[in-house]
Design a protein around this ligand. Sequence first.
Ligand code: ATP
Ligand code: MG
Length: 258
Amino acid sequence: MWEVQDILTGRHLAAKSVIAPSEPSHEKCPEVLQEQNIMQALRNPGHPNVISLHYVYPTDDGHYLVMDLGGPSLRSILQTEKPFSAPEVARLMRQLISGIAYMQRLSIQHYDITPDNLLWDGECLKICDFGRATVQRIRQEEVLFEYMPPETLSGGCSHNVDIWSAACVMVELLLGKKLVPRQQLNRSNSHTPLSRNDRNRMMLKQVKTAFRHIEHCAGTEAAQLFRNMTRPLKSRATPEAALAHPFLTATSPGPVAD
Ligand SMILES: Nc1ncnc2c1ncn2[C@@H]1O[C@H](COP(=O)(O)OP(=O)(O)OP(=O)(O)O)[C@@H](O)[C@H]1O
Ligand SMILES: [Mg+2]
């Protein structure tokens, strides 16, 4: 990622180099263009909590995506600072879910909502990195396990992945630790993955423990919202339902557009 300056406007922007694999043609390998296509689809009308694409510069072996410059990632902030307070988390979650709601209205799932891909300048949260984003219901093979809901860990499709991942981010912001550490997805003392049933049981246990900790440090409403976002797919909160939750409506929104 490079910080660049638009010489016409003087504006500071970010440039990401996307290298195309040398072998397959675009027909055989449509994902080469996926990140660019998704960012182009997200550009209109655009949303304050979603990084916007400005230009695409072709290079010999790929292209540069030139986009809004966001603040530091929540990952880098979490590495250096204490967990966030409940009102700060309400503000961040409102903006995050507002961006997710916008993407879902365009039938786009981000599939990689993690603190690494959320940029925060202290005022405005922006979702970046659309390298794994996909149009809804298309199965995605490459997943970052810790942020995936049970239904996709079992290899299935899901139309509401990002809300589960956002709940995982909420846990990290409030408690400073992951909802499901990667090693928990394996059998004890081995690299063999847990069976589906064991994994679902383990995840439910982690959700219940996180619920109690969130209730303790941020109150019942925060815990309820977290619980609604980590239910099984059929009953999991939609972005709109999450945005209407009292934990989020009680906070002043900051830069969001609903
Ligand atoms: N528009 C942006 N403005 C500011 N920083 C950005 C922007 N986009 C990305 N970054 C920073 O660069 C990092 C890497 O970019 P990105 O997530 O898009 O690529 P990636 O494919 O995940 O790369 P990596 O494998 O290095 O994480 C992000 O985690 C974020 O910290
Ligand atoms: Mg990334």
